[in-house]
Design a protein around this ligand. Structure first.
Ligand SMILES: [Fe+2]
Length: 669
C-alpha cells in the first residue's frame, strides 16, 4: 500500500512565507525553482535532486526508483548537451573572425563619415547578422549625415543672408529685408525673428537719430550761448597765453581768433597798472582758485583801451597743478563813464559848496562836522581838516555842549523848522541858521545840512531901519491928523456948497440934505457897499448943483412953467456935471449928477437912458429926490400928503422909478 503523501512545510514546520511550496496544494516542491527548502534556497537543480534523495518528504511522496531512472536519463541528456556545446564552441571561433572583419569595415566607414565624407558606402553582406545590421546602420548614417551636411549648407547660406541684411541695417539701410522662402523650418523661424529684429533696430535707429538731432540742436544752442553770451570769455594758460576766447570777447576787442589763440598773452594787452594788478591777482587765482571783480583796461586792436571787470576761476589737473583760467569779462565802460560823471559832479558840488557866500556844514546826529565849506573855514580861521575833528557847538559857540535852543535839535523833530537867528559874542556877529534834516530811505534822521548866513550887516541896517521906522510912524501920525482935518474941511465945503444951492430958493431949503438922508437910507437897505454909499452921499448933496446957473425967477415961479422955462430947468444935470468936472476928487459922482433925472421908461433927461442903462446910484437919487419934492411945498402948490407921495412912487415903480429902490424905500419909511 502506498503511503499518504505529506507536505514539506508541515513536516519541517516551515513558515517561510516566501517559499512557493508554503501552503501550496502542489507537493512537488523540488520541481519549483526558488523553493526554500528548510528556510533556504537549496542549491542548483542537480544538487537539489541529490539533496532530495535524502529528503524525508521526498521519499514519502516520490517513487525513488523512477527518480533514479529519470536521473539516468538526465545524465544521458547532459552528455548530449555537452556535445552540442562543444560543437557551438567551434562554430563561435569561426564567427569571431567574421565579426572582426565586419567590425573593421564598419569602423572604417564611420571614420570616413567623421572626417566629412558622407558619400561612403560599405557592402552590407556578412555571415554574422549583427555585423550586417551594423554595416547597414553605417550606410544609413552616411546618408543621414550627407543630408544634414546639405541642410547645413542651406542653413549657412541663410545665416549669411541674415548677417548681410543685419549689416546693411546697421549701416543705415532700413529698407533691407530677408527675402525668399526656406525649406527649413528653423530658417523660416529665424527669418521672422531677423525681420522683427530689423524692425526693432530700425525703430531704435530712427529714435537714436532723432535723439542725435535733438542733441545736436542742443549742442548748437549752448555753443551759440557760449559764443555770443553778453559777457566776454577767455581762458589763459600758466604763462598767460590765450587758450580760448569766445566771439563776444573778439567783438569787444576787435581781434580775429587766430590773432589771439596761442599768440598773445593777457599781459600783452594790459596797461602798466594792469600789469601790476595781474601779477598780484594771477598768483592769487592759482593758489586760491578764484578772483573777483578785477578791473582792467584791455587794449583793443586799434590801440584804444576798453575798461572791463574780470571774474576768474582756476582749472587744475587731477594732481592739483594749475592748467588754465576760466575768465568772464564784462564791459565796464558805462560804469566808468558814470563814475567819471559822479566824480565830475562831486567836483562841481565841491566848487559850488566852497563858493557859497555863506557857511555850510554837514553834521551827523552827534553834532560832529562831516563836511564844511571854505566860508566857514575862513570865518572861524581854522583849516577844513581841523574842523572835521570838532563838534559844531565847539566850533561855532566855543562851548562843550549845544545851545539850549539849538535849531539842529529841533529840526529833526519839526516838519518845517523856522530859521534860527543868534548873536555870537565871540565873533561879534549875527547869524541866521538854517537846518535841514536828511532822511535816509525813509528812516530816522542820519545827518543835517546846517547853513550859517552872516546877517551882521543886515542887523545893523535893521537897527537903522527901526530908528527910521519910528520917525516914519511919528510922521504918519502927523499926516493922519492933517488928513482928518482935510476930510472935515472937505465935508464942510460940500455941505456949505449944498446949502448954497438950496438957498437960491426958499422952496428948496434943506432939499439936498433931505434927499441925501433918504438916498443913503435906501442904499443901506439895498445893501450897497460903503464906498458906493459914500459916493452916493456926496452926489446926493450936490445933485442939483447945476441949478446955480438957473434964474431964480424960474425956480420961484408960482404957476406952471412954460416949455422954454422947462428946457432951462432940464439943463441943470448937464450944467452940474460941467461945474464939478474940474474937481479931480469928484470924478466918480459926475455920472450920478448927469443922470439923476433919467426914467426907467427912457422918457427922462438929459440922455433918455432906459432901465439898466441908467447907473444904479442916480436911480436911487431919483426916488429920494421925487419923494422929497412931492412932500415939500412948491410955489405953484402946497405939499401933497405923504400917502399921495407913496402911492405915486408905487404907481410909477418900473415906469419912472427903479422898482428895487422904491421897494427898499417903502420898507424903511
Ligand atoms: Fe434935480
Amino acid at each position: 500500500m502506498k503511503k499518504e503523501k505529506v507536505k514539506c512545510w508541515e513536516v519541517f514546520a516551515c513558515k517561510d512565507k516566501e517559499c512557493p511550496a508554503y501552503k501550496s496544494k502542489n507537493l512537488r516542491c523540488w520541481l519549483f525553482s526558488g523553493t526554500h527548502c528548510r528556510n533556504e534556497i537549496q542549491g542548483k537543480f542537480i544538487e537539489k535532486a541529490e539533496l532530495c534523495l535524502s529528503c524525508e518528504v521526498f521519499n514519502e511522496n516520490m517513487d525513488v526508483a523512477a527518480l533514479k531512472e529519470t536521473i539516468k536519463t538526465i545524465d544521458t541528456q547532459f552528455k548530449e548537451f555537452r556535445g552540442i556545446v562543444d560543437d557551438k564552441d567551434r562554430e563561435m571561433e569561426n564567427m569571431s573572425l567574421e565579426l572582426a572583419l565586419g567590425l573593421s569595415e564598419a569602423f572604417e566607414g564611420l571614420k570616413k563619415i567623421s572626417s566629412g565624407d558622407p558619400e561612403v558606402k560599405i557592402p552590407e553582406t556578412s555571415e554574422v547578422e549583427l555585423i550586417a545590421k551594423l554595416k547597414h546602420m553605417v550606410n544609413m548614417t552616411a546618408e543621414n549625415i550627407g543630408e544634414i551636411v546639405d541642410q547645413s549648407h542651406e542653413f549657412a547660406m541663410g545665416l549669411a543672408e541674415h548677417f548681410d541684411v543685419l549689416h546693411r541695417v546697421s549701416t543705415g539701410d532700413l529698407n533691407a529685408k530677408v527675402t525668399g522662402g526656406s525649406q527649413i523650418e528653423l530658417m523660416e523661424s529665424l527669418k521672422n525673428v531677423t525681420n522683427e529684429m530689423i524692425e526693432s533696430i530700425s525703430r531704435e535707429i530712427t529714435e537714436r537719430r532723432k535723439a542725435e538731432a535733438s542733441l545736436h540742436q542742443s549742442e548748437e544752442k549752448y555753443l551759440d550761448l557760449y559764443q555770443n553770451a553778453p559777457d566776454g570769455y577767455h581762458s589763459i594758460g600758466p604763462d598767460g597765453t590765450f587758450i580760448e576766447v569766445n566771439n563776444t570777447w573778439l567783438r569787444m576787442f576787435d581781434y580775429e581768433r587766430d590773432e589771439v589763440i596761442g599768440k598773445k598773452k593777457l599781459t600783452d594787452l594790459l596797461t602798466d597798472d594792469g600789469m601790476k594788478i595781474f601779477q598780484e591777482t594771477f598768483t592769487q587765482l592759482k593758489s586760491k582758485g578764484s578772483v573777483e571783480n578785477i578791473e582792467y583796461e584791455i587794449k583793443r586792436k586799434d590801440g584804444t583801451f576798453l575798461p572791463v571787470v574780470l571774474n576768474a576761476t582756476a582749472i587744475y589737473d587731477k594732481d592739483g597743478n594749475f592748467l588754465r583760467t576760466r575768465s568772464i569779462l564784462r564791459d565796464n565802460s558805462e560804469r566808468k563813464s558814470y563814475e567819471n560823471m559822479l566824480l565830475h559832479s562831486a567836483q562841481e558840488w565841491r566848487s559850488t559848496f566852497d563858493s557859497m557866500p555863506y557857511g555850510v556844514m554837514l553834521l551827523d546826529n552827534e553834532f560832529n562836522i562831516i563836511r564844511a565849506n571854505i566860508y566857514i573855514s575862513k570865518l572861524m580861521g581854522i583849516p577844513i581838516e581841523d574842523m572835521l575833528k570838532k563838534k559844531c557847538y565847539e566850533l561855532i559857540h566855543d562851548r562843550d555842549k549845544p545851545l539850549d535852543n539849538c535849531l539842529l535839535m529841533k529840526s529833526g523833530k519839526l516838519s518845517n523848522p523856522l530859521p534860527f537867528e543868534f548873536y555870537e559874542p565871540r565873533l561879534d556877529k549875527y547869524f541866521m541858521a538854517y537846518s535841514t534834516p536828511i532822511y535816509t530811505d525813509g528812516g530816522p534822521v542820519k545827518s543835517y545840512v546846517h547853513a550859517l548866513v552872516d546877517i551882521t550887516e543886515i542887523k545893523n541896517k535893521e537897527k537903522e531901519l527901526i530908528i527910521s521906522r519910528n520917525a516914519f510912524f511919528n510922521m504918519l501920525k502927523d499926516v493922519d491928523f492933517s488928513y482928518a482935518e482935510l476930510k472935515g474941511l472937505y465935508d464942510g465945503l460940500i455941505h456949505a456948497f449944498a446949502n448954497a444951492i438950496d438957498a437960491k430958493s426958499k422952496w428948496t431949503k434943506g432939499h439936498s440934505e433931505r434927499v441925501t438922508h433918504y438916498a443913503v437910507a435906501i442904499a443901506k437897505e439895498m445893501g450897497l457897499s460903503e464906498k458906493d454909499i459914500e459916493t452916493l452921499r456926496i452926489a446926493a448933496l450936490l445933485h442939483d448943483v447945476g441949478k446955480i446957473g438957473t434964474y431964480d425967477v424960474i425956480l420961484d415961479k408960482p404957476g406952471r412953467l412954460n416949455d422954454e422955462e422947462l428946457e432951462l430947468i432940464k439943463m441943470h444935470p448937464v450944467k452940474g456935471e460941467e461945474i464939478l468936472r474940474p474937481i479931480k476928487q469928484l470924478q466918480d459922482i459926475l455920472p450920478i449928477i448927469r443922470h439923476h433925472h433919467e426914467r426907467i421908461d427912457g422918457k427922462g433927461y438929459p440922455d433918455g437912458l432906459k432901465g439898466e442903462k441908467i447907473p444904479l446910484l442916480p436911480r436911487v437919487i431919483a426916488v429920494a429926490d421925487s419923494f422929497d419934492s412931492m412932500t415939500s411945498d412948491r410955489p405953484y402948490r402946497p405939499a401933497p400928503s405923504r400917502e399921495y407921495a407913496i402911492s405915486e412912487l408905487k404907481k410909477y415903480s418900473g415906469i419912472q422909478f427903479d422898482p428895487q429902490a422904491v421897494e427898499a424905500f417903502l420898507r424903511i419909511l
